[in-house]
Design a protein around this ligand. Sequence first.
Ligand SMILES: [Zn+2]
Length: 443
Amino acid sequence: MATKPSHNLVWNNKAECMPVEERRSLQLKRLQDLVARLSVQSPFYRNQFKKHGIKPEDIKTLDDLRRLPFTVKDDLRDNYPYDLFATPVKDVVRIHCSSGTTGKPVVSGYTANDIDMWTEMVARSLTSAGATYRDVVHNSYGYGLFTGGLGADMGARRIGAATVPMSGGVNNRQLMLMEDFGATVLTCTPSYALVLAETAAQMGIDIKNRIKLRVGVFGAEPWTEEMRVEIEEKLHLEAYDIFGMGEIMGPGVSIECAYHNGLHMQDDNFLPEIINPDTGEPVPPGEQGELVITTLTKEAMPLIRYRTRDITRLTDEPCPCGRTSVRHFKLAGRTDDMLIIKGVNVFPSQIEAVLLRHSELAPQYVLLVERNNNLDRLEIQVEATEEFYKLGEDNIRMFSEKLHYEMQQMLYISSKIIIVPPLTLQRSEGKAKRVIDKRKELL
Ligand SMILES: [Zn+2]
């Protein structure tokens, strides 16, 4: 956690720092309007409300949110492409969807007002990270159906920064343009930030002196504090965690401020809850569980109590930055990513945290899970750094044994550690694929 914040910029003081009571009554008013609107305009929610016996006038306090049914990802798939829209397609100005290569994607639509709100959310987020109109924003999020590229672009434009619409890929060219254009802010996934750092090292580029980056805004995948240290040291910038998801909006749903003590949820538009993922019941305040979000102001595709499958916890402790929104902590992982190995719950982030503590290792790893004779087996493949690899087999073997022990302490299960030569694992330009669960292929 930063002891001394690098700045205290706020984009929209009135909205971001409004008194807590005023914020709550705004949320309630917006929730009531939303339920009333969906009862008329959305065949999907009208049905849902009818099934659960809910009328708009039942929403009297914010606690009544809990009377509303959850929306899950399958609802989005089952209502492909437009059946969850609450406005006619003629009022929609943009359609994004998930980038999976198999099956039907998950669609989300935006009216002009939705795009305007989203732009404002990203403008707030970039400002929260200390970016201003003076900055040159090098945007390596993918442009296209993925919300990252266009989302970051719109916000950067609104704050008046010079935006370089780079997208991912062609790593050496990225570095050349960052240097030549004097990029000061980098936006991409945290795993791609590390790929860029690694490419610079291979090309012999002295990042500290040749590239002026001072701020990085990284999201679209869960990442650990250990990963933050690694990125900040290698790219010589201050790293900010931004959260968003295509179903809800895109980047800008929440963002860290300069105190780095959790991500401020833009809860005048996105109302968060934490539930026990197994029972659906709310967890006691401050406890960890699944993040659920209700979009209060979206017009084209509002979602009620959308189960994000991300695991985190909330705090409403005041933040010294002055923002009054609730904060969530760094995502511990996704319920989707949680592996059950030999009956034990394992999050890839726990493994990442152990691996990244060691300077002998590069921050590149793959987790391979297999089942042989009904026995689960976890193999952790991780790259050695150039320097460590040169020390030879004996050192690597000794280090693997030490790592095996540490991993066992953390996970309570045994794993096989394989230290692979530098630069042998596949790099990603967007979201990294770090888990290969071969058991799923057998089903
Ligand atoms: Zn703050």
